[in-house]
Every structure is written in structure tokens, then in C-alpha cells.
Design a protein. Structure first.
Length: 764
């Protein structure tokens, strides 16, 4: 029952408080018996304080002094008992008496908590809880703190040795220290545990006491421990064992950090561990027989993963590993490049390069968590690998090989993977213009000759290249694919025409292409004197096409033509895939029996060189003549059988005794190896094509830059520097940029500034 008596003076209130609460509470604490959660006497004591505190300033101050004095006397009593304890029991006793002091403060705070209103009204920021905590710090903790710090550090040493039973004691002491650093504390009881918390969301203040312990005790001990451990382990363990040992220790240290060390000190602990466990021994760790270099060379992925984990946690830089990684990739790459047989063959070399790249990606994924620093090392290495123009050509040739043969039997997913690898190497090319010229030419050749396995793969490649290099880079490729799509529609319509796509009974399969997009050699546009039945076939298609596309003009590329010929005058009904010149020559031989090559060229209306090249295919094609025997071809000749080279005066005739291992054969002439002079001429022509590409890009870039700077001063030096930085398809040289500036001046696109001849203006 609550006593309804009004307590208007301090003395009466004090007697009621002592009678109902304080004396009983102190007795509980002395006997180690905790009071009930809600003692019956609590309300009477609180009413006494409440009534008295409402009577003016003096009773309030007397109550405050009584509150603080009671706590101070009990703390002094606890301290006197603490110093009588044995040193080895200091921590246990420190925690025990602190818990009892905290319990007293908790109940005193409940009884006198009403006085906090007085503090607020008089604008005093210190609460009863903070005041009590200050008394504890000055009258108890300050007197014993050095001894406590020493004993706590002893426990931490034992914890580092693996004696985990001390960790709870360490955490309990550090929690007490944390409470002393609270700026605005309040004391609460929750789940039978009484603890101090911050009154606001603001955390600890300056952590002065924690800093004192850390600076004077923990940091020094940690330095000594880490230094001793590092020196001992580096001399007694292999590199992988050393890494594992430090990882284990640092994992335990991380538990200590999270368990009882304030986060403001974590950076300093990391610096200590880096210096003594990694930094001081990095050279030895690298140079050991089992060190970083060995881990790469033996492909020890788990060891490298542990090494990375160690570095990532506690080092400011990954340079030691990335430098070894650079060396390792360079060594692996040089092995490929110094293998001359391999490096000269794109069909072998590019897959090996892709294999190396994928292996390095796998290593970075498994060991280094796809860290961008290691991915950058791979990119840097492969940019060096692909620096020479020859590798731009090789990549284009490899793509051509894939499109013609390598994609056969592969799923779309497999093709996508290969194309992604190819595009990665493309991004590493220094001269993308060289690649562009070669890739356009190769694509033109295989599409016009229907040698591509997958038109879908062609389109996917173009899209990927466009994403990397822009629309203009793939403009010719896009135009070629567009031509084929349009041609497919025309072919289907031609089959629906009156002769069903087969005038004179000859089935035509004609491809119409844009002249500007396709790389068609001059040879294939040569004119031939056609027999009437073939001419009428061509005329039939031309009339059909021009009705559909009235604004266009057709130029026949008969040198690209292929025909399926059925032989009725041989021992068996062989069928050959042959060229138009071969077909025309065979028609003439049926009538004349024997003709010189020069005469055949005259009757066909084409150069003798064209006939000579194609006649080779009728004799030496490997589909029926593996041993290149002079008398095993569809025709025979009186040419020099030792040199196997034809002259215009050599005669040829049909070999009616021709025998082949299969009925379906090919007479398409094999590519002839170019002579040194032809190779040199081809390289010169290619260089001119590439330069035209580069000049076009430079002029477009310079024009765009100047157009964006109308009204601004643009100096010669600035223009060259800016143009260089904006071109990534090739390495633009200042002399070439200057040359194209002059061309733009000649074209009246830009002009020299009249006031300053070293500046340029855009001519709007």
C-alpha cells in the first residue's frame, strides 16, 4: 500500500526513503542478494522524493546531495574491499563490485529520477545517471585503472595463445570502460541485465579512457606480439604456411576488434599488422622458393586466394601481387610469341591467345575475386600482345576461319562465347583500322562466294564490333548483310517468275551487291564473250531485276561465277563445280579438240593470265589429283611437265580417259602463292587502303572538333593534341594530322586565322 502522507521537508523524506528502500537495498547488495524487480517499498520511497522535490530548490539540492553521497559511500566501501583482493583475482573482483555499484546506481536513479526535471528546469545538462557515473569513475575506477589495464592485457596475451575462456572477462571490462566514455548516459534494466547506454543516438564521446588503455597498453603489446610472430614465422614456414598462419591470427584479431576494441582504433591495428606481418617480410615472402612467383608458376589457386585475402584485409596496396602477375602473364605470352610456327598461324595462335586470356580470367575470378586491379593487368598485357599490325590481320583471318569452318556444328551459345573472346582481343588492338580493312575484305570474299557457315554469326559479330567501335566502323559490314537480306527476297521472287528462276532450263542463283560495300577484285569484273544460251539467261534475270529496282544499274561480276557441269563424254557422268572460264574453255575444246591457251583467251575475250590460272584447276585440283600428276586432269597439255607452268603457246585437249575417285569433284583453282614482287605490291596497296581509312577518320574528327569551336581560338598545337586523344582506332601521328589539316584547308572546310596564322577557324 502507498503511504498517502505528504513529505514537505527533506528530513522526513530522507527517513522514509531509508526506511522503505535504501537500507533494504544496501543490505541486499552487502549480502550479494539482488532485490526483486519491483519491491513493494519502491513506490513509497519514490512518493517521498516526489513530494519533497516539489517544495523548492533547497529540498531538491538536499535530495541530490543525499543521492550522490549514498552512492559515494557505497563506492568507497567497495573500493576498500577490492584492494584487499589478491592480484590474480583483481579482474573478477573489479567486475563483481562494479556490477553491485551499477545495481545501486540503477535503483537510486529510479527513486531519485524525478529530480532530472530539476536539472532540466535549471538548465544543468548533467543527469543523475551521468553524475553517478562520474562518481564511480573518480572514486573507484581512477584509483584502480592502471592495475586493471595491466591485468586486461595479460588476459589478452592469454587469449592470443588460444585460451578463449578469458574473452568474456575482457569484454566485460571493456564494456565498463565504454560506459565511462558515454557523453549522455542512462541506465536501464533489460532481461535482468543492468547496463549503461547513450541517452541520444550519438555514440561514445571522445573515448578518452579507451584511448588511454589503447595508447599505453594494447597498442604496445600488439606491436611486440606482431613483430615477434612475423620474425618467427617467416624463418620457419614456407610462404603458403606463412600466409595461412597470418590469416588465422588476423581472423582472431578481427574477433578481438569486433568484441572489445572501439572501431576508431581499427585502422591503427591494421597498420601495425601490415607493417610487422606483411610489409617487413614482403621481400622474403616474394623471394622464397615457395613464394608468390612460385604460386603463379605452379598454378596454386588456393594459395594465391589466401595470399590475396591476406593482402586485401591488411595492406594499402596490391602491387606486390599485381607486379608478379604482370611478370607471369608476360612470360606466358612470350612463350606463345617466340614459337614462330605458332605465332605465324592465326588459326593456331589466336585460340592459344584466347586460351591464355580465359585462363587468366579464371585465375582472377577464383583467386582475386575479380578485383579490377588484376583485370586491368590482363588488359594491359593483352594490349601489348596485340600491339603490332600483324596481329590485327591475324585476328581478322581467325574470324574468317571461324566463319568458314570453325563454327560448323557449334551451338549459338558456343559461337557467342568465341565471338566474345574475339571482340575482347579486338578491344586490345592498337591498330583497329588494319583489322577493319582485312575484316571487310575477308567478309566480302566469304559472303560473295557463299562460304560463310552462319549468317547469324556474321550479324552478331557486326553488332558486337559496332558496340565497341561505333556505327561507322562496321558500315561496310552492315551494307553487305543488308545486301544479302535484300538479295534473298529478290531470289525468292525470281523463282516465282515465268521461268521459275531457270531460263533455258539453267537454274540461276545470282547475288546482287552494292558496288561501294564489297571488296571485289578487278579480275572478277572482266568481260567474257558468252555463248548465246548463257547471255539470254543473264538478260532474263537483268530484265526481272531492273523492273523491281528501276533506279539501279547492273555490272556483272562473271569472274565470281561458279557452275555445276555434268560431263557426258567421259567414262562416267562426273559432275564438277567449275569457274566460268573453265566452262567456256571446255565448250571450245568440244568443238575444236585442241587449242592453244592464247587462242582460248582470244575466243573468250579475256586475258590469257585468267585462262592459264583456271586451266590449272582442270588439271591439278586435289579433289581428283592428289599427287599433281600432269596426265591425271580433265584436260591434257603439252606444257613443261617439270615446271608445270603454262605458256600461251601451250595446247590443251580433253582427257577422255579421265578417272576420279568420286563422281562429284571440284575444278576451282587453288590459290596461287604470290611472288615476292606480287606480295610487295599487295602490301603497298593495302597500306594505301589503310591510310585512306585513317585520313577519312582524321578529317572527320578534325571537322567535328573545329565545328564545335566556332568563335573560339583554336591553336595548331591544341588541335593536334585534341585530335590525337579522340582517336582510338589507330595511333594518330602528328605529321599525319598536320597533313589532313592542310587537306581540310584545301577543301575550304577550315582556314588559318587572319590575325594569328598559328590558329584555325571553321568555315561555316
Amino acid at each position: 500500500m502507498i503511504n498517502k502522507t505528504s513529505f514537505k521537508d527533506f528530513k522526513a523524506a530522507k527517513e522514509e526513503i531509508e526506511k522503505e528502500m535504501i537500507n533494504n537495498l544496501l543490505e541486499y547488495l552487502r549480502n550479494g542478494i539482488l532485490p526483486n524487480n519491483n519491491p513493494n517499498s519502491y513506490m513509497n520511497a519514490y512518493v517521498a522524493v516526489n513530494d519533497c522535490a516539489n517544495e523548492g530548490d533547497n529540498p531538491r539540492r538536499q535530495l541530490l546531495e543525499y543521492h550522490n553521497k549514498t552512492i559515494e559511500l557505497y563506492i568507497q566501501d567497495c573500493y576498500n574491499k577490492l584492494i584487499e583482493e589478491n592480484t590474480h583475482n583483481l579482474i573478477n573482483a573489479f567486475i563483481y563490485y562494479t556490477d553491485h555499484i551499477t545495481l545501486l546506481i540503477y535503483w537510486m536513479n529510479i527513486i531519485f529520477g524525478y529530480l532530472d526535471r530539476f536539472f532540466t528546469l535549471t538548465k544543468i545538462k548533467v543527469t543523475l545517471a551521468k553524475s553517478a557515473l562520474n562518481i564511480y569513475e573518480q572514486n573507484f575506477f581512477e584509483k584502480i585503472k592502471i592495475d586493471v589495464f595491466i591485468e586486461v592485457d595479460k588476459l589478452i596475451k592469454e587469449d592470443r595463445k588460444g585460451n578463449r575462456e578469458f574473452r568474456q572477462k575482457i569484454k566485460a571490462v571493456m564494456e565498463i570502460i565504454r560506459c565511462l566514455d558515454l557523453e549522455t548516459p542512462k541506465i536501464l534494466k533489460e532481461n535482468n541485465k543492468i547496463s549503461w547506454i547513450a541517452l541520444t543516438n550519438k555514440e561514445e564521446a571522445e573515448t578518452k579512457i579507451q584511448s588511454l588503455w589503447f595508447d599505453d597498453f594494447f597498442e604496445k603489446e600488439t606491436k611486440k606480439f606482431a613483430e615477434d610472430k612475423g620474425n618467427k614465422d617467416i624463418n620457419s614456414l614456407s610462404a603458403p604456411e606463412y600466409v595461412l598462419s597470418q590469416l588465422k591470427y588476423l581472423d582472431e584479431e578481427d574477433g578481438r576488434k569486433k568484441g572489445f576494441i572501439h572501431k576508431k582504433f581499427h585502422g591503427r591495428i591494421n597498420e601495425i599488422n601490415y607493417k610487422y606481418l606483411i610489409g617487413d617480410h614482403m621481400k622474403q615472402l616474394s623471394e622464397k622458393d615457395t613464394g608468390i612467383k612460385n604460386m603463379f608458376e605452379t598454378k596454386s589457386y588456393p594459395q594465391l586466394a589466401n595470399l590475396y585475402k591476406l593482402f586485401k584485409l591488411y595492406t594499402p596496396s596490391l602491387d606486390y601481387i599485381t607486379n608478379e602477375f604482370k611478370t607471369y602473364i608476360k612470360k606466358r605470352g612470350n612463350t606463345l610469341y617466340t614459337n614462330k610456327d605458332l605465332s605465324k598461324d592465326p588459326i593456331k595462335f589466336i585460340p592459344e591467345l584466347i586460351k591464355l586470356k580465359n585462363e587468366m580470367n579464371e585465375l582472377v575470378s577464383k583467386c582475386f575475386e575479380n578485383n579490377i586491379n588484376f583485370n586491368n593487368v590482363i588488359d594491359e598485357a593483352f594490349r601489348l600482345f596485340m600491339e603490332k599490325d600483324i596481329y590485327s590481320k591475324q585476328l581478322a583471318n581467325y574470324i574468317d576461319h571461324c566463319m568458314r569452318k570453325n563454327f560448323s556444328g557449334k551451338s549459338n551459345e558456343e559461337i557467342e562465347v568465341i565471338l566474345n573472346d574475339v571482340v575482347y582481343l579486338f578491344k586490345c588492338l592498337k591498330s583497329k583500322i588494319v583489322f577493319q580493312a582485312e575484316a571487310d575484305k575477308k567478309m566480302s570474299d566469304r559472303l560473295i562466294n557463299d562460304r560463310s557457315i552462319s549468317k547469324t554469326a556474321e550479324s552478331i559479330l557486326v553488332k558486337k564490333l559496332m558496340q565497341e567501335a561505333g556505327v561507322s566502323f562496321v558500315s561496310k559490314m552492315q551494307e553487305m548483310i543488308k545486301d544479302l537480306e535484300k538479295n534473298k527476297v529478290d531470289s525468292e521472287n525470281y523463282k516465282l517468275s515465268g521461268n521459275k528462276g531457270a531460263p533455258n532450263g539453267i537454274k540461276l542463283d545470282i547475288t546482287v551487291v552494292s558496288q561501294s560495300a564489297w571488296d571485289i577484285h578487278k579480275k572478277v569484273t572482266e568481260k567474257f564473250i558468252m555463248p548465246d544460251f548463257l547471255s539470254s539467261c543473264l538478260n532474263d534475270f537483268e530484265q526481272f531485276y531492273l523492273k523491281r529496282h528501276q533506279t539501279q544499274k547492273l555490272i556483272w561480276c562473271l569472274g565470281l561465277s561458279k557452275l555445276d557441269i555434268k560431263y557426258l563424254y567421259l567414262k562416267q557422268n562426273y559432275v564438277s563445280t567449275s569457274t566460268l572460264p573453265q566452262f567456256l574453255a571446255l565448250l571450245l575444246l568440244e568443238k575444236k579438240e585442241r587449242l592453244t591457251l592464247g587462242k582460248i583467251a582470244e575466243l573468250c575475250g579475256c586475258p590469257a593470265a585468267t585462262i592459264i590460272t583456271d586451266i590449272n584447276g582442270l588439271i591439278f585440283n586435289t579433289s581428283f589429283n592428289h599427287n599433281s600428276s600432269p596426265d591425271k586432269g580433265i584436260i591434257k597439255s603439252n606444257f613443261n611437265t617439270k615446271t608445270k607452268e603454262f605458256k600461251e603457246t601451250d595446247e590443251i585437249w580433253i582427257n577422255k580417259n579421265f578417272v576420279a575417285p568420286k563422281l562429284k569433284i571440284s575444278t576451282i583453282p587453288l590459290p596461287k602463292k604470290k611472288t615476292a614482287s606480287e606480295e610487295k605490291a599487295a602490301q603497298k596497296e593495302e597500306a594505301q587502303i589503310i591510310k585512306r581509312y585513317q585520313d577519312n577518320i582524321l578529317q572527320a574528327t578534325l571537322t567535328r572538333i573545329m565545328k564545335s569551336r566556332i568563335g573560339q581560338e583554336t591553336t595548331h598545337t591544341w588541335l593536334i593534341s585534341t585530335a590525337t586523344s579522340q582517336i582510338d582506332l589507330f595511333e594518330a601521328q602528328p605529321a599525319q594530322i598536320k597533313e589532313n589539316i592542310e587537306r581540310l584547308i584545301e577543301k575550304n572546310v577550315i582556314k588559318r586565322n587572319e590575325r594569328n596564322r598559328n590558329c584555325y577557324d571553321y568555315i561555316a
